[in-house]
Design a protein around this ligand. Sequence first.
Ligand SMILES: C[S@@+](CC[C@H](N)C(=O)[O-])C[C@H]1O[C@@H](n2cnc3c(N)ncnc32)[C@H](O)[C@@H]1O
Length: 332
Amino acid sequence: MKTLKVPLKEAEKAKQQFKDSFDRKYTATKDEQFIYFPLLKAVKSKYAICNKRLKNREKETTESYWAKHLTKKELRQLKKAYDLVGTIAIIEIPAALLQKEKTIAKAMLLHRNIKTVLKKGSAHEGVFRAQKMKYLAGIKTTEALHKENKTRISVDVEKVYFSVRLAEERKRIAQLVQPGESILVMFSGCGVYPAVLARNTNAKEIIGVEINPEGHAYGLKNIKLNRLRNVTLYCGDAKTATPQKTFDRIIMPLPKTAETFLDVALARAKEGTAIHLYQFEKEENFAKAAENIKSICRKQGWTANILHIQKVGQQSPRVYRICIDMTLTKHS
Ligand SMILES: C[S@@+](CC[C@H](N)C(=O)[O-])C[C@H]1O[C@@H](n2cnc3c(N)ncnc32)[C@H](O)[C@@H]1O
């Protein structure tokens, strides 16, 4: 590229005189006698113009922005992991960095696929398991359009429970489904399980039940968005709003209290029905949890054949989200 070759001792003077003609995409380089400024256009000057290869100026990145604005200690405290729901990044800010939260978030907008940065404002709480969010940077919204397992999921990340971290688990369940199955998703949220199962299996029908009216509304929107023909969603308490029919597979993604809904599931079961029941458990309690489920089923006339206990991520350092996979056999 064309460069202006300036003796080192005149570098500052030449810089002031010609800076508007410099190409800012490249960095100037020096040898023992001269500095070579990248030129955007030809200039009239007493200095020589010569061809030279110059390095591209480093593009600012999230990491370089953080490095510039945070101290070494702050960088060590920073939690760099985040969840990306559509173009919304959801981060956690350690207490020690609260003063710098906007700066930390602004840096994340340098990622091409992040348009909004929110921080978790609470744990998942209440019956709806929703999570408060605090806006930090970018476009001010809590509504995302997320792609997962060949579906598009519209969801408000503050009003409705949704976890991108469960995508693999939803795929795992989809891979277990046989053609023609009738499936019940007892706590369907924004309809992500029903949508993933409808898109990725040959199930006959999928029914979802959700108590949060906003979750249900997103569920209906997601049926349309993905043009699903075999999904029906009901809004209400799974105890009373679950249709009175039997299913081949029942999914119970409510880890805190799923087992208290087993009576409803068992009343919709038939010989061989598969159940996927989610729980939070410490590893040393996995076997006890399975025994507890078997005992509840036994009291209601069913044998629960535990097929597998799947770890589906961690809730806290020693507590796992697990899925207990089982099939049911009626007592004779
Ligand atoms: C952990 S979230 C899972 C949501 C969804 N299946 C998903 O994976 O994104 C549990 C959901 O159960 C719903 N829920 C809680 N109690 C319920 C009940 N008694 N009947 C129906 N839905 C309920 C909550 O509103 C919440 O959307």
